[in-house]
Design a protein around this ligand. Structure first.
Ligand code: DQA
Length: 143
């Protein structure tokens, strides 16, 4: 079974962007770990990043046909995108929301998530390990 791990805008610069907040691991490092941890848990991982809202919507629709769950770090779109919220609503399987930083300890505008109300759960503030924790959470939920 396949899990889609979707990443939103600016996460392609992970490792170089604000390392004090987001750490020094790159997105390629995170992808490698997720594929490894996913494999050990019995999942095939499809790991993607886009800076474009509509592309993320397309992938969420595709996941409906191909994935048993979605792990999503929608980055700034978390706080703004009704389109991603609506696409996720139509995905009638578990959704885990991940944020590398603790969005609740940051600016007020980051406290609100349009994804949280439709997610199974949310993992924030643990750095890139959050993605691995999300895979573990789905393992226990789905098996
Ligand atoms: C983020 C938090 C968002 O507020 C921010 O816009 C990001 C990254 C995180 O993983 O901590 O780009 O989703």
């Amino acid at each position: 079974s396949t899990i889609y791990i979707l990443n939103g805008p600016n996460l392609n610069t992970l490792g170089r962007r604000e390392p004090a907040i987001y750490g020094s691991a790159t997105l390629a490092d995170v992808e490698r770990r997720c594929i490894e941890v996913g494999k050990a848990a019995g999942f095939e991982i499809v790991f993607r990043q886009s800076n474009h809202e509509g592309e993320l919507v397309d992938w969420i629709q595709q996941a409906r046909e191909e994935a048993v769950a979605i792990i999503i770090n929608a980055a700034a779109y978390t706080h703004t995108s009704l389109a991603i919220h609506d696409a996720l609503r139509y995905f009638d399987k578990p959704i885990v929301e991940v944020h590398i930083s603790n969005i609740h300890a940051r600016e007020e505008i980051r406290h609100k998530s349009l994804i949280a109300p439709i997610a199974l759960g949310m993992i924030v503030g643990f750095g890139p390990v959050g993605y691995e924790l999300a895979i573990a959470a789905l393992k226990s939920r789905l098996t």
